[in-house]
Design a protein around this ligand. Sequence first.
Ligand code: SAH
Ligand code: SF4
Ligand code: F3S
Length: 438
Amino acid sequence: MAQNYHIVTYGCQMNLHESEKIAGILKKIGYENETTLEEADIVVFNTCCIRENAENHAFGNIGALKQLKRKKPDMIIAVGGCMTQEKGKTDVLKKKFPFIDVMFGALNIEELESLILRKRQQKKKIISIREEAGEIIENIQPVRTSYPNAWVNITYGCNNFCSYCIVPYVRGRERSRKPENIINEVKSLIAEGYKEITLLGQNVNSYGADGSTGMDFAQLLDAVASIEGKFRLRFMTSHPKDFTEDVVAVMEKHRKICRLVHLPVQSGSNSILQAMNRRYTREKYLSEIELLKTRLPEAEVTTDIIVGFPGETEEDYLQTEDLVKRVDFASAFTFVYSPRQGTKAAAMDNQIDEATQKQRIMRLVELVNLLTRQKSEKYVGKTVEILCEDFDEKKGMYMGRDEFGRMGYFHSEKDCIGNFVLLRIIKANGISLYGEMV
Ligand code: SAH
Ligand code: SF4
Ligand code: F3S
């Protein structure tokens, strides 16, 4: 009888794509259908540890499986991803959740196949974590779940060691994929009918910085954008310390590259940026925005911001607000600083109290929402091109996104998923747009 699988994913786009690879591995060894958790023969948790609440979320969901595992003792429970990769975390998980069958890390997902096969033969739990990243594995066939969008890794890991961030510790040093592997993957995705490609890396701008690829990011972007066919091309994340004019020039050259850059600023205060080890100043950041908007006036920028970093004063916080207003971001992901064990910032002796953090995040969210709403309203009356992604059952409408990532809803008689459609926007509601096909 066919076996079923269920994957629970936490964290970033990169992890979502990693889960698609995990699904590919599961299919290969006989788990054919993705089902609900209750019906699954194997459940895989692909975890994240970027902030404490990401971990708590996973802890809660894993803990909730205790009863089900008792009822279905043959069900395999596997936990992997960034959290298991943290020092000492597998011991914590083992103690808290003795019913976990398999633990693997973010750096050895290719091993999952053999770990599960072994587990099927033995009762004992299996824990296998790799300390250092190995060679890039190219032969995992992902089961993609986000048609017409597809994610394509260009780098793995990170060398930046921003003082608050755990990623370099759990994802290892930066490795770049060979250009021919990236280009061939994109070519076959386009041939299969995918319409939007997102190139993924923690810092895409340092692609090939170790000299292993014969190409830098701008050259790679140019090569990928030169692939024939109608598709949209995105890339994330850009790092302000490495974002260069030649990337803007490649964007100018190819209309298929979306005029949207995700450029996390983290803070608007120079002293905080320095303590964060971001290696750029507020002035440099603003000059990059100006460069982008001068050369591509329609360009939009999205960002990530942390409030409540150790030592952040009210003045520092106000500098962030000021920068947000100046840049007028299309949208911003805002986070309260969360100390991560082993990082430099977690050991700083000037941590900010929770009440101040809460108060600042509330003010910032309000500002960001206001700017986003104002931007949405400017859409009303305009005609935009939407790539239709899905049918929203609740609304009874199709939904898609414009090149700036704005969600647009509309009615259609025929199935539009995977098509580019032109919408005249008649209403804006928060971050969502409503339109009519023209
Ligand atoms: N590589 C990307 C993003 C990585 S994580 C970059 O350099 O920007 C995504 C976002 O999570 C970060 O941009 C940051 O805003 C946030 N983040 C990372 N560590 C955090 C921490 N310890 N507390 C709160 N937010 C954090
Ligand atoms: Fe973390 Fe900084 Fe690397 Fe981004 S660039 S993953 S924030 S260390
Ligand atoms: Fe991503 Fe979370 Fe890991 S943000 S890289 S899944 S720690």
